[in-house]
Design a binder for this molecule. Structure first.
Ligand SMILES: [Zn+2]
Ligand SMILES: [Zn+2]
Ligand SMILES: [Zn+2]
Length: 278
């Protein structure tokens, strides 16, 4: 099956609203530098089933990417998403659900796989509560760590330390021909999670910041910087892709020494529209 990077940006994508830093200016001039909000698609080999992980604020554009990969002739209305898995309740990871509701396509019955705490959030907080009542989304809780079987792949989750203001946070382990970890947000590495990454064939992991110095308010926004992550995983044989880039991350600039150093160390940088056979 195919894993498609629908968005490799941090929650707000690149460019960020009202920002004129080097990366944001460049991304406005050249669309190849743009990064949509964090999301991936899992498309089965027969191209009939597509699940996505996280519903970013850019879901409208990301559905176009999926449609191009799945269908030759588009019907008048088409959202080819069989189901959605959510990692956590931060807005950049679920705001796209809104575009399935009554003000938009008014789709019915999309299953949203999530933890029990996130299920409670979706059933109790506007606008998700309203969307659940209207039948647009169908939150379906799972037990963290329990393997779920789907057509063509199976998936399980693991708990992740992250700012959990509204619910909890998980990463996912996808089992297809290859084993893939998807982990866009984490506050601090734990030995347990590093082992999960090292045991996988492929891992897509948090690349919010390259160094701790790049965001003055970073003490409130914890993410392990890429330089620390690369040091911790330097002996890993897993194929590691960085994703969830903040606009401040210097590896976004193709001419930067940070990008060169990352690639020389054997790590990969995900980009929007990238297809990984799994
Ligand atoms: Zn995020
Ligand atoms: Zn910027
Ligand atoms: Zn988050």
């Amino acid at each position: 099956m195919q894993l498609v990077i629908l968005g490799s940006g941090q929650d707000a994508g690149v460019p960020q609203i009202g920002c004129y830093c080097g990366n944001c200016v460049k991304s406005r001039e050249d669309k190849a530098y743009q990064r949509l909000g964090p999301s991936i698609a899992l498309i089965t080999s027969n191209k009939k089933t597509c699940y996505i992980i996280d519903a970013s604020p850019d879901l409208k554009v990301q559905v176009d990417i999926v449609n191009k990969l799945m269908l030759k002739e588009l019907p008048a209305k088409s959202v080819p998403i069989t189901g959605i898995f959510l990692t956590h309740a931060h807005f950049g990871h679920l705001a796209g659900l809104w575009s399935l509701g009554k003000e938009c396509i008014d789709i019915k019955g999309i299953t949203v796989h999530c933890t029990h705490k996130l299920n409670h959030f979706l059933n109790s907080q506007h606008p998700f509560k309203h969307m659940t009542e209207q039948g647009n989304i169908k939150p379906t809780p799972f037990e963290i760590g329990v393997l779920q079987e789907f057509n063509g792949f199976s998936i399980s989750s693991f708990e992740v330390p992250h700012r959990n203001e509204f619910a909890d946070t998980v990463g996912y382990i996808i089992h297809a021909t290859k084993t893939v970890v998807y982990l866009p947000d984490i506050d601090d590495w734990t030995e347990e999670i590093l082992t999960i990454i090292e045991e996988a064939d492929i891992a897509l992991i948090d690349a919010t910041f390259y160094t701790k110095a790049e965001l003055p308010r970073m003490s409130n926004v914890k993410h392990p910087p890429m330089i620390e992550t690369m040091e911790r995983l330097k002996d890993s044989t897993t194929e590691i892709y960085f994703t969830h880039f903040n606009h401040t991350n210097k590896t976004l600039d193709e001419t930067s020494k940070e990008r060169k150093e990352t690639l020389e160390k054997g790590f990969k940088l995900a980009f929007d529209g990238q297809i990984i056979e799994i």
